[in-house]
Structure formats: C-alpha cells, structure tokens
Design a protein around this ligand. Structure first.
Ligand code: BTN
Length: 246
C-alpha cells in the first residue's frame, strides 16, 4: 500500500494541508502518509475561500505524495487521479457523480467534495505534493455562503460510519495512484474526461470577454479544458481563465 502507508490523526487542526506541510519539513514521512482530522479551524479552499466542515461529520484529509515520475507540467494528473478515486468511493454509496473541472466533485448540480492540491517544485522536479480532500459525509446543514454544498447524508438520508468511509476512500485512492504510476496509455485521462460535469452539453461560461454559451469537448495536455463555441471555434483554458455559470 502506498496511500495510507501511515495514518496520522489529530482531533483538530487549523488545516490538514498546512499541518502535513509542516510535518514533512520537520521529519521524513513515507509517501502516502495521510494527515486527517475531525475539525479544521482554518480549513482552506480555493481562491482564499474557507472550507466549511462541521466537527466530526466529514472526511478532512491530506495525502503526502512524492510523484517524482511526473514532470511539473503534468501535475494535473494528480488532480485527475484523486478525482477518479473520490468518484470510485462515492459510487460505493450512490449511483452517480461527476468531476467539475478542475477540482470539485459534483452530484447532480451540487458539490460534495473539493480538493486543494499543493506542490513544491525544485528545478524541474516535483519535490512533494500535498493533496487535500474535503468530502462531505454526514453534515446536514451548511452555513457558509458556498452556493451548492451537499453530503452523502443529504442525498441518501443515511448516517455513515466515518472510519469505514476513510478505509474505503484510502483503498480507492491507493488503487488509482498505482494506476497512475503504471499508466502509459492514457486510460486515466480517458476515464476522467468521460466523468466530466457538463461534458458535451451546451451551457453558459464566463471568460475574460464575458458570458458565452459553450460545450466542453475535453481536458487535454497540462489539464487545460477545451470548450467549443456555437460558431464552431474552440479555445483552451487554464484554471482561473474560465468560470462555469451554474
Ligand atoms: C475547494 O473546493 O475550494 C477545495 C477544498 C479543499 C478542502 C480540503 S479539507 C482538507 C484539506 N485541508 C485544507 O485546509 N483544505 C483541504
């Protein structure tokens, strides 16, 4: 087992990503070490947002990885791998989910999980990656202004054992990470694209020029998303260059 080789639990932390980075600088930790907690007082999301998670209700984990087999320009493959693993996990409990490029997992039009993937580069090498996952399991009420949170509990009405959930998630992450290490045929990318939220459907997006109607065609090299416009022209975007209108 690579992911889950060591599990480090803390009752509460400011942020598992921040703490994993701190621990890694202090001592050698094996690849796949997971730092997890019941509660984050300063859980970090994208774009400076906070990650809301009620004490003891959800999975809040950070995985320490040393993906030296990836060039920095291909680090999106980590996000792809983790996304597929979270989907594998969710499909144990619910019939469907999708990946909202680049870092969210959706069920229908609602967000059930987010990822914060932070890497340190030295020269042309990835020194380490901290892959943070917030996955909503038992939370029933969300109070932040996040637009569309959902949890497994809200979807099914059931309460889940968090230890079982963690065990299953770690199994699914480990399987997908090993697939990434062995992947030379691009199978992960094909599967990832097939699970994209709003793939091949006309929806509204916003780029630097304003709102337009477009259709996601694929995610290609370096994790850029390719969107076709109604005039037949298509463009590729990096994260932050394009926004979904929900
Ligand atoms: C997002 O959707 O904005 C990303 C959310 C990532 C949240 C997780 S919770 C565990 C880990 N520690 C953090 O501080 N953030 C990530």
């Amino acid at each position: 087992m690579i992911i889950g080789s060591k599990l480090l639990f803390f009752e509460n932390l400011p942020s598992t990503n921040t703490h994993a980075t701190y621990l890694l600088k202090k001592k050698d930790l094996p690849e796949g070490t997971i730092v997890y907690t019941n509660y984050q007082s300063a859980g970090r999301g994208h774009a400076g947002n906070e990650w809301e998670s009620e004490d003891g209700k959800n999975l809040l984990i950070s995985i320490i990885l040393f993906p030296s087999f990836l060039k920095p320009e291909n680090q999106f493959q980590i996000s792809m791998t983790i996304s597929l693993a979270i989907c594998d996990f969710l499909l144990r409990y619910i019939p469907d989910c999708s990946v909202k490029w680049p870092n969210d997992i959706y069920v229908n039009n609602d967000k059930i999980a987010g990822m914060l993937i932070e890497s340190s580069l030295t020269g042309n090498q990835i020194e380490y990656t901290i892959a943070g996952i917030g996955l909503n399991i038992n939370q029933e009420k969300f109070i932040s202004n996040a637009p569309n949170p959902v949890s497994l509990r809200l979807l099914s009405g059931l309460n889940y054992d968090l230890h079982d959930c963690l065990k299953n998630l770690v199994t699914d992450l480990d399987k997908r990470y090993k697939q990434l290490i062995a992947d030379d045929s691009g199978d992960l990318m094909k599967e990832y694209v097939s699970k994209l939220f709003r793939l091949n459907e006309w929806h509204n997006f916003r780029d630097i020029d304003g709102i337009f109607t477009g259709k996601i065609l694929k995610v290609g090299d370096f994790g850029r998303i390719k969107i076709e416009r109604q005039n037949g022209k298509s463009s590729e975007y990096s994260y932050k260059e394009i926004e979904f209108i929900l």
